[in-house]
Design a protein around this ligand. Structure first.
Ligand SMILES: [Zn+2]
Length: 270
């Protein structure tokens, strides 16, 4: 599900002949993916309201940080969480994220060989649910938005687009770019610039799974990738962004991610 991208006035800014010299584009998808990739990009261009003006894709967050991403876990469940589970959530989050980021490493001037993933905070209704006493993560208690616990808005990228966090006690190092929102009894998923929302039972039940496919799909949305509810590109029928058709990131998914980078990278000087 595609949710959370705030529509903004579309400002078409055309660079006329004075653009800085761009580095060469390395664009060499497999021959059988050229046509479907072009179809996807044409569809994105014709259906996204603010494709080239939107400034909070996962890409924007990554470059604002110069190469890492921070998370808040919104624990939207009455269940307790042990320190071991906390660390396992972090580890699985990082392992899953790496699957997408590895598609970018070394590709077409993408500058980061790896993208560290850090959980800086947990949000919960009742402090007693979190069964640890160390201060390795910031803890936010009963700060409710959308009927669910959230980390401090002063620390959240979604609420602070400027890259500074004057209302965050820990400042930039303790800010969060995305929320991993784990909701009890929630089926399916949602993803956007604000993060990913999936069922808490689903995620906790897949802490050792190789591919947490609903989560992987939602991360695709965070980086701008679209859904395919009503059409399928030519010659490709199984890929993770086509919900229900694949439980793993496929070559086509990787090339869609790379295509997004290809079309956005000049905003970061590449
Ligand atoms: Zn979706």
């Amino acid at each position: 599900m595609w949710r959370g991208f705030v529509a903004a006035l579309f400002a078409a800014v055309m660079a006329v002949g004075v653009a800085a010299p761009a580095r060469a584009d390395t664009w060499n998808p497999p021959a059988n993916l050229v046509t479907p990739l072009n179809q996807v990009w044409q569809h994105v261009e014709s259906t996204y309201g603010d494709l080239y003006g939107f400034r909070n894709y996962g890409w924007d967050q990554l470059f604002a940080n110069k190469g890492y991403l921070n998370f808040c876990v919104r624990w939207d469940s009455p269940q307790p969480v042990t320190a071991q589970q906390r660390d396992a959530v972090h580890a699985q989050l990082a392992r899953q994220y790496k699957k997408w980021m590895d598609a970018m490493a070394g590709h077409n001037n993408f500058p980061y060989a790896s993208v560290p993933i850090k959980v800086v905070g947990w949000a919960v209704r009742d402090r007693n649910q979190l069964q640890w006493t160390d201060n390795s993560v910031d803890i936010y208690v009963n700060d409710i938005r959308e009927n669910a616990p959230q980390c401090s808005e002063g620390c959240g990228r979604f609420f602070n687009r400027g890259g500074t966090y004057p209302r965050c006690p820990g400042g930039v190092p303790r800010h969060y770019d995305q929320s991993l929102w784990l909701t009890s009894g929630f089926g399916g998923g949602a993803g956007g610039d604000w993060g990913q929302r999936i069922g808490s039972e689903y995620f906790m039940g897949n802490l050792n799974s190789a591919d947490v496919h609903i989560f992987l799909h939602e991360v695709g949305h965070t980086f701008g990738l679209d859904d395919f509810y009503d059409w399928t590109p030519s010659g490709v029928d199984r890929f993770i962004m086509k919900a229900g058709s694949s439980t793993v990131i496929t070559e086509f998914d990787k090339w869609m991610l790379r295509d997004f980078w290809r079309h956005l990278k000049n905003r970061y000087g590449f």
